[in-house]
Each structure stands twice: as C-alpha cells, then as structure tokens.
Design a protein around this ligand. Sequence first.
Ligand code: ADP
Ligand code: ZN
Length: 526
Amino acid sequence: QFSDTANTAGQALHLLQTVFGYPAFRSQQAQIVEHVAHGGDALVLMPTGGGKSLCYQIPALIRSGVGIVVSPLIALMQDQVDALAEVGVRAAFLNSTQSFDEILAVEKKMREGELDLVYIAPERLLTQRCLELLEIVEIALFAIDEAHCVSQWGHDFRPEYIRLSLLHERFPRVPRIALTATADQQTRDEIIHRLQLGNALQFVSSFDRPNIRYQIVEKANGRKQLLDFIQAQHNGDAGIVYCLSRKKVEETADFLNEHGITALPYHAGMELTERSRNQARFLREDGIVMCATIAFGMGIDKPDVRFVAHLDLPKSIEGYYQETGRAGRDGATANAWMAYGLQDVVQQRRMIDESDANETYKRVQGVKLDAILALCETLQCRRMHILEYFGQPSAPCGNCDTCLHPPTSFDGSVAAQKILSTIYRVDQRFAAGHVIDILRGIDTERVQQWRHTQLSTFGIGAEKSEAEWRALLRQLIAQGLVTVDYDNYSALILTEQSRAVLRGELKVQLRQYKKADKAVRHKRQS
Ligand code: ADP
Ligand code: ZN
C-alpha cells in the first residue's frame, strides 16, 4: 500500500503505461485514481467512452486485496475479463451464467488472494454466500458501475442496486467508487442518497463532444436521404446507422450495398456467429457501415467511426447521446445525423403505450420521449440543448445544424389555430392523415364518408403541402398543444393549453419549414 501522494501518482502512471499501454491519463482520471487509491470514496460522472474503467482498475491494482466491481451488464463481463487477462491483470467474474464448479473456482482464487479484480452481478453480490466470502477476503475497493441503476426515475432502474448501501454498512473501511454516464442532478442526488455517498468526492467530466457535429433533418425518404448524406460527406468512412426494427436494419443494409456502400447488418435476431463476424469485420476493416438496432454498440470501441446516423427517433436523449457518442472517439471531426418525422413520434408513443411495463415506467418513458422531441424541434443550438439536459450550461456551439443554418421561426398562431380547430370539429376522433386531408381540402373517400367537406375548416390550409402540415403538427405535439390517443386509432386530441391558442390568448412560435433535401446538402465539413 502506498501512502505518499507523489509515490501513488507515479505508481498509477507507471501502471497506465506498462499494463494498459497508454501514455497519459485523460481528463480527471489521474485525480480520481489517486483519490480512490488513498482510500477515498468517489462519485464519477463521465460520458460513455470517457474512460471510467481505469478509474477503478488502477486503484484496485495499487491497493492490496481484490477490487470488487458491481455491474449489471452480465453480457459484457466475459469480454472485460478477457481484455484484462490479455494485459496480465488477474480478473474473474461471478454471475448467473456460470456453473457451480466455475463459481467455486473463482471463490477459491479469491480466498487465496489470487485475483486483482472480480466483476459481480448485484443479485449475486447480495447473496449470503457472497457477503460471507467478502468478509474473509481482503477487499481493495468496491466499484459500483452504472450507478444510475439505483435511480427509480432513470431508464435503467434495478431494485437490487438500492440494497447496495449495505456495502457501506458492512465494509465501512473499504473505499467505494460509483460510476455513471447519466449526470442529471436528480440522478446524482439519488445515487448519493441511496448509496450513502455523502462523503464522496464528486468528479464531473464535461459531457461535451466538441468534434461531433449534430444534424437533425426532416424525414421525407429516409433511406435516400441517408444515401445522399453518406455519398456527400462520408464516402469510404466507417459509420453506424441505427434503425428501430430488425427488418429495417436488413433492408437498409441491402439498400446501401446496392448503391456501392459496404454495409453489414447487426441485430439480436441474427445468428450469434454471423453477428460476431459482422462486428469483427466492422472493427477490423476500414470504411464499413454497420446497420444496427441499439443492440449494437455496448462495449464497442472503434476510434475512427466517422458518423452515426439515426433513421428512427431514439427513445431518449440519453440513448441519442450514448449512440452518437460512438462517433469520433479519436477526436477528429465526426457527424451525428438523424432523420425524423411525425411517424416516428406516433410509433414511439404507440410502443410505450402497448408495452407491458407498469404505469410509472410508461410515464417516465413518455417524459423522455417528450425531451428528445423537444431536441428535434428546438430552434436553438442542439449541443446547448443536450448539455443543458445533462445539467451542464453552455453557449451556442457553432458546430451543429441550428448554429450553422439557423432555422427561422414565425408566428404560427394562425396555422396552429387551423389545425386545432379542425381537430375540434372532427370531435377529436381522427388521426393526422385525415385531419391534414381536411385542411388541404382533399376530397378522399373517407372525407366524403364523414361529410367532412362540409366542415368550415375544409380547405382552409390548401396553401401548404402535406409534409409542411406534418412538420407543423409535430411541433404542436412537441409543445404539448396536441396529444395522440392510442386507445383510439391514434386520434389527435386537444390539451388544456391548446384551448388558449384557439381563444387567441396564447401565441405559438414555430419553425419555418425547410424542404427535406435542402437540409441534408451541407458541404462536407473541413
Ligand atoms: P467508459 O466505461 O467510460 O465508457 P472505457 O473505460 O470503456 O469508457 O474506456 C473507453 C476507451 O477509452 C477504452 O478503449 C479505453 O481503453 C480507452 N481509454 C481510457 N482511458 C484512456 C487513456 N488515458 N488513454 C488512452 N485511452 C484510454
Ligand atoms: Zn450549436
């Protein structure tokens, strides 16, 4: 054990270079490592890919005894342990995928002091058997990874995490380091409170990824827009394209291949061997585009991913940030590009509504969806919006679409009134397509059938295209002026607030419509 500071710092740097092969610590890693190596508690908030693992791995090597890493990500444990073994760190894991013999073997090694790090799933750690084992071995530290899982309001709540406060009660002298990439103040407070980390030093890294350029465009023909974007800005580059469904993943990969772009599919419905093969090719070869569901990316570490594209709206800003964060890890310029449309909003809302989750969870998902919608519809800097969401105030960045090509806004009160009054006149019983047909004065069979040609609002919006009305409607949804009723065929319904707009008491500021294909043709960034 090292007591004096200079010595610990030297030791840490030495381990970083000789064991892990990196020349220098990043951002706050050095301070965190020193603090924990000296026995202090820490709360580390660092974005994905920021380098959280070394913050507990190196102190575990410096301190005597075994470092216990609590992690809910059972699927990653084998890889983590293999990667450590490769550099000569003695690591193992304990989780439900192992046979009893395997567990016995790990326990034996722990008792004999032959391990530097052990990854343990929380439900395993909390067993009587495991806690008794921990009483008799020397423990270097507890690392609580994905600490936001303790938050009931988060997207990843795990009830076992709440019981992890017993680590502090049963092992008061062992330092604890909690780590997460979710940094809003509420989650942070909850982690401190529930894990009894009141005395922990907090290390908050910047969430900004200045080399990533954010672009969110109006979706018309998503695949074609994606192709244009890749051909214009990313010929021969490695990238990831996220799609919501497995089918769309396959179709998008086929489509790109037909147009001369090497694309591979990746989703959980594929054979494991094929999936692994595609992943390996993506990592090893240059210029491959991976079309994937969000099943892809966890633990993927490829520095030169030049773009991440979303063909469907992500479920939350956290998800969007995590997925786009896989671009440009080498620090060179990279693009985060998304195409989104009204259909995305409808689809996501329906998925939340139709899921088997409990009401609280659904409500949280709804709030998260509203937040990402607001990001898509914002008239301000995208980066500012994202950073603000993570509790980090900033200024306009100059490197996102809204900074580079500021959208113009206009007083959309009249347009909003046209939509809202049409919704009202059809008794809030019809979906977007029908409402827009009425506005534009399109005489469809369905319009005939309901005698909607006779409504006073029939044709009052003939001056705008369907896409334009959809864009406006989306903004009204994002602003909470219209909601969608999924129990009733996605009918559009009014809200308390929308009545104020109808009465002329509330003005609505809307984004000027830009045609989709104009928005994607930026020059390649230099
Ligand atoms: P996180 O857990 O925060 O998402 P990781 O700990 O997995 O991030 O680290 C992300 C990548 O950055 C890994 O490949 C890791 O080896 C690398 N890395 C971390 N710290 C450094 C460093 N000081 N120098 C170079 N590479 C680093
Ligand atoms: Zn900006």
